[in-house]
Every structure is written in structure tokens, then in C-alpha cells.
Ligand binder design. Structure first.
Ligand code: NAD
Length: 320
């Protein structure tokens, strides 16, 4: 396959590139990334040792540049990760989320549809989305693939818009697309605006650690390498037109995650127990903050044989 990874300089993208480059099925791997504040070529260090690797600084919002890249690199497979990804930024600046996540996805779909038109059977497009499109859960229940879309933030609404376009392309044109909806990821190369890396950095440097509300919001955490395993299976074994939920069956309150990181940092730095926990500061809750996400990942387990392999606390310790 001649694979395009969009957003390959971001958190999940860079982990994905490192893991897919050695695969013999991948004849060529091109990263498309515009290198926003969230994209770092340092995260891709070592990739250039593979002659099959190349990097294209292209903005998804520029349709002609996207089409040109797909054509000149003769792309057959796409894993589409590039996005504006931080909920807080979507609350203060929703416009860039619509431009990149909705219009950017449209540009990419159009470029592939036109270039692949004679060759759908040899091509695949995996659109990487989030469980946040399903909205918020109460104390019980989990999201399945048939849960209604009820996005609550400009971020999740823009991802939902992109999901709808991908679905419509499959339905209308028989476009060979697959959608994945994953829960919260953590691991190496994550930008330190997100809960886990931010807490690690703040605890290490002795800064006050902000926690929204009373810290009782619940997320289903998955180690990034487990997500990547699922994306690869979706690419090579997934059924086009289908969507697959991906999750860790691993729900934690934000406060419990933060306290666990505090204890790991104190232990690593030989500090007295409880020192970093004293840095925790409860702040005004995020606007429209979703209370709980939880994923039913039975479908991808049953049809593609995927299940998470990394134990949460061990992976968190490694990340710290
Ligand atoms: P990230 O913010 O770390 O990386 C996004 C990458 O996209 C960056 O390298 C950035 O430079 C690039 N990018 C942004 N706008 C672009 C544009 N207009 N043109 C080209 N490149 C652009 O994000 P992430 O956490 O790695 O998430 C990747 C994807 O996975 C996103 O689509 C996100 O919605 C989805 N996702 C993330 C999580 C998570 O917990 N991180 C969970 C489920 C789904």
C-alpha cells in the first residue's frame, strides 16, 4: 500500500508512523501535516531512516495542494488523523475546528474520490474519530456504534460533521471508507495541554495542577499503542461502510487519574508522599463539560479480533 497519514506529526499520528514504517505491507508512507502548534517533526525523529518515508508540509484546508499530493504520491490508502483536537481551544476559537475538521476532511475525501475513481477495490480510507460525537453519558450505559450522534462541544460537532461526510461518501459513491470512534488516548508525544501530560509536567515542576469542577468527570482511557493496533486492523481487515468503536473498558474519574500521576511523579523524584497532591487546584468547570464517556468495543473485538494489550497503570507509569 501507498499510505498517507494525515496529522502524522501529532500525538497519535507520530506513534502510528513509528509503528507502521517497519511493516512490509507498507510500500510508501507519506505524512501530510501543516505543523500547527500541535505538530512536531521531532516526534518523527528516526522515520527518515526508512527510504519509504516522506513528509509533506501541506494544509488540509488547501484543496489543490491536497489533491496534488494524493496524485503525485499515487496514494492508495489513507489514515486520516489531522484535526484541531483540543476541546478547550474549540470553545475559544471554534472557526478553525470547522475549517480543518469539516472542510479539511471534505477536501481530502474529494481528492481521494477523484483520484481513486477507477480503483476503489484497491483503496481504503480510515477516518479517525472520537467517542465525543456521541455526547455525554450518565452514571450507567456505554456508547455503541448505533448510539445517536449528540456532540456537545464545537470540537465534537466538527468531528461529527466530518464523520457524516465520510459516511455519506460511502453511501453515495461506494467510497471505501471506514470510521473509527475512540476514547481518550494517552502516551508518548502528547502535547502538554491535555490532562495527562499537563499533569505530569506541572507536578514535576511544582506548579499548581488545575482540575475542572470537582474532578468527578469520567473518561475511558486507552494507551495510544492499543489505538494504533486497532487502526491498523481497521485498515487491513475492516469492512468499508462500517464504523468501529475503540475503547479501553477502563473508566477513571479525572481526579483519580491526576492523583495517580502525582504519586508516580513523587515516587520517581524521591519526594515525600502526597507532595504533588497538594498542588491540585479545583477550577471553574469547562463550559458544557461532558460528564462521562464509556465505550462498548465488542464489535471490533468480535469482527477484527482487537482488544487492548496494555494495562492502564503500567502504561501510565511508563508515560510518566
Ligand atoms: P494532535 O492535536 O496531537 O495532532 C493533530 C495533528 O494534525 C498535528 O500534527 C497538526 O499539526 C495537524 N493538523 C492540524 N490542522 C491541520 C491542517 N489544517 N492541515 C494539516 N495538518 C493539520 O491530535 P491527536 O490527539 O493526535 O488526535 C489525532 C486524531 O485522533 C484527531 O482527529 C482526533 O480527533 C482523533 N482522536 C484523538 C483522541 C485523543 O485522545 N487524542 C481520541 C480519539 C480520537
Amino acid at each position: 500500500m501507498r499510505l498517507l497519514v494525515t496529522g502524522g506529526a501529532g500525538f497519535i499520528g507520530s506513534n502510528l508512523v513509528h509503528s507502521l514504517l517497519p511493516k512490509t505491507e507498507v510500500e510508501k508512507l507519506v505524512v501530510l501535516d501543516s505543523l500547527t502548534y500541535a505538530g512536531h517533526q521531532l516526534s518523527l525523529e528516526g522515520a527518515e531512516e526508512f527510504s519509504k518515508y516522506s513528509f509533506a508540509k501541506v494544509d488540509l484546508r488547501e484543496r489543490e495542494s491536497v489533491s496534488k499530493l494524493i496524485n503525485t504520491e499515487e496514494i492508495t490508502h489513507v489514515i486520516h488523523l489531522a484535526a484541531e483536537s483540543h476541546v478547550d481551544r474549540s470553545i475559544s476559537d471554534p472557526g478553525s475546528f470547522i475549517e480543518t475538521n469539516v472542510l479539511g476532511t471534505f477536501n481530502l475525501l474529494e481528492a481521494c474520490r477523484v483520484f481513486w475513481k477507477e480503483n476503489y477495490s484497491k483503496c481504503r480510507f480510515v477516518h479517525v474519530s472520537t467517542d465525543e460525537v456521541f455526547g455525554s453519558l450518565g452514571k450507567t450505559g456505554v456508547f455503541s456504534e448505533s448510539s445517536p450522534y449528540q456532540p456537545n462541544s464545537p470540537y465534537s460537532a466538527s468531528k461529527a460533521g466530518a464523520d457524516h461526510l465520510v459516511r455519506a461518501y460511502n453511501h453515495t459513491y461506494d467510497f471505501p471508507s471506514i470510521i473509527t470512534n475512540c476514547s481518550n488516548n494517552f502516551g508518548p508525544f502528547q502535547f502538554p495541554e491535555k490532562l495527562i501530560p499537563k499533569t505530569i509536567h506541572f507536578a514535576e515542576s511544582g506548579k499548581s495542577i488545575p482540575v475542572y469542577g470537582n474532578g468527578s468527570n469520567i473518561r475511558d482511557w486507552l494507551f495510544v499503542k492499543d489505538h494504533i493496533g486497532a487502526l491498523w486492523l481497521a485498515l487491513v481487515k475492516g469492512k468499508t461502510g462500517e464504523s468501529y468503536n475503540i475503547g479501553g473498558d477502563n473508566e477513571w474519574t479525572n481526579l483519580r487519574v491526576v492523583e495517580t500521576i502525582c504519586d508516580l511523579v513523587d515516587r520517581d523524584l524521591n519526594r515525600s508522599a502526597g507532595k504533588s497532591r497538594n498542588l491540585i487546584t479545583f477550577t471553574k468547570d469547562r463550559l458544557g463539560h461532558d460528564f462521562r464517556y464509556g465505550i462498548d468495543a465488542d464489535k471490533i473485538n468480535y469482527y477484527l479480533g482487537w482488544k487492548p494489550e496494555h494495562e492502564f497503570e503500567a502504561a501510565l507509569e511508563n508515560t510518566v
